[in-house]
Design a protein around this ligand. Structure first.
Ligand code: HEM
Length: 405
């Protein structure tokens, strides 16, 4: 007979009081080592182990917690959510499967490879003004601007509109600030503007196909099924929300980590062909996403525990990615590591990151260019980190110097 999770005597981890993200990770590690796969935190129930995190994310009875944003926003903001079509990020079951099947061919490794020349061009252009100076502030100078032109190229938007996309991305990302009353009008305005922009692009692509995502998505067909104009708009918004802040923060995390592990950076400088492994290992060791959450869509029994309908459960990617049962010597950063298990920073299960190949390509192109163009790259002061409570996390300030300076 399963025991109701609310009646279990679980360890309580006061994660909000942890000063640093590393302290948080260690708190979770301690209880996992004491055989607790489930704990209570100020944010609700949380899973501590890799295998149970994967099991939760693959269990279709658990649904995306982001779908509950509407409820969290309260009745006064209900209209905002009612007027909007659910996006790929928050749909489940057959509706989600249909969207994924239609868009999947546009997000293959081959599709991501098409953008590699653009990635190199954008990264080189961002570095050009700094190479002679011998120093830069990586977050503002490089990480923040890097993904926007790439998302524009992906969608097929012209160069002169990059700034517009940057503003829209910033406005749309406010949804995660949980400051609904103030932010929803700004988010709604950005959604309407992106919507109108994308509708116009779709009209043009229908008669003049181009080598971009929108053309692929318009053409994408699964057993005679196509995305409607509304769904295309929603996909473009999902890509802007999911593909910008994640990539820029992960680039910051990866570079910061290598600056703290100069031997591993030296190895990458010497052997740039290790870039794909360096990306996976740095995403395992210091991923930009803390974790994700689900809620039970019905009463769910798992490992002898009953999670009543609507119970929220979160996973900690930070903890799972260093689970000693899965990764040998998990607290060692090793870019030659050959691991059978993937890190969880792109998630797992049906909501696994749709843009994973694109994000990997962006990071795999960025790191060797930084290594080649900024010789002797090293810290030029302390790294300032974003507060460890934000969901998409990374350095806020990363001063670097290079060359003989
Ligand atoms: C390093 C950068 C990135 C990281 C760490 C990342 C991480 C993630 C994670 C963890 C999820 C699953 C969330 C969950 O299960 O609750 C996800 C979903 C998603 N990501 Fe990414 N992402 C990155 C870049 C991108 C890019 C570049 C794009 C698009 C161009 C993208 C598009 C998406 C979409 C559309 C989903 C929703 C998929 C679905 O619900 O079926 N991501 N991402």
């Amino acid at each position: 007979m399963a025991v109701n999770v609310h009646d279990l005597d679980l360890p309580y981890l006061d994660l909000l009081n942890a000063q640093t993200r590393e302290e948080r990770r260690q708190l979770v590690e301690e209880v996992r080592k004491a055989d607790h796969w489930l704990v209570r935190t100020p944010g609700g129930y949380m899973i501590t182990s890799y295998d149970d995190s994967v099991a939760l994310l693959r269990d279709r009875r658990f649904h995306q917690f982001a779908a509950k944003l509407a409820e969290l926003a309260g009745e006064e903001n209900a209209a905002f959510f009612e007027e909007r079509r659910a996006s790929i990020l928050t749909t489940e079951g057959d509706a989600h499967g249909r969207l994924r099947r239609i868009v999947a061919p546009a997000f293959t490794p081959k599709a991501a490879d098409r953008l590699r020349p653009s990635m190199r061009e954008v990264m080189n252009r961002l570095l050009d003004p700094h190479v002679a100076e011998g120093h830069l502030e990586l977050v503002g100078d490089v990480c923040d601007p890097y993904p926007i032109p790439i998302v524009c190229r992906l969608l097929g938007a012209p160069e002169e509109d990059w700034k517009l996309f940057s503003r829209w991305a910033g406005d749309l990302l406010r949804i995660f600030n949980f400051n609904f009353t103030e932010d929803l009008p700004i988010i709604a305005a950005a959604q309407n503007e992106v919507g109108a922009y994308v509708r116009e692009m779709i009209e043009r692509r229908r008669t003049e196909p181009a080598d971009d995502l929108l053309t692929d998505l318009i053409a994408a067909e699964e057993a005679g099924d196509r995305l409607s104009t509304e769904e295309l708009e929603s996909m473009a918004i999902a890509v802007l929300i999911a593909g910008t802040d994640t990539t820029r923060n992960q680039l910051g995390c990866s570079v910061a980590l290598f600056m703290e592990h100069p031997d591993q950076w030296a190895l990458l400088v010497e052997r740039p062909e290790l870039a794909p492994r360096a990306v996976e290992e740095s995403m395992r060791y210091l991923g930009a996403i803390n974790g994700t959450a689900r809620f039970a869509s019905e009463d769910v029994e798992y490992r002898g525990v009953l999670f009543p309908k609507d119970t929220a459960v979160s996973t900690s990617f930070i903890a799972a990615n260093r689970d000693e049962h899965v990764f040998t010597d998990p607290t060692t950063l090793d870019i030659t590591r050959e691991s059978a298990a993937p890190h969880l920073t792109f998630g797992s299960g049906i909501h696994f990151c749709l843009g994973a190949w694109l994000a990997r390509a962006e990071l795999q192109e960025a790191l060797p260019i930084l290594a080649r163009r900024l010789p002797g790259l090293r810290l030029d002061g302390a790294i300032e980190w974003k507060p460890n409570t934000v969901g998409i996390w990374g350095p806020a300030h990363l001063p670097l110097k290079f060359g003989a300076a």
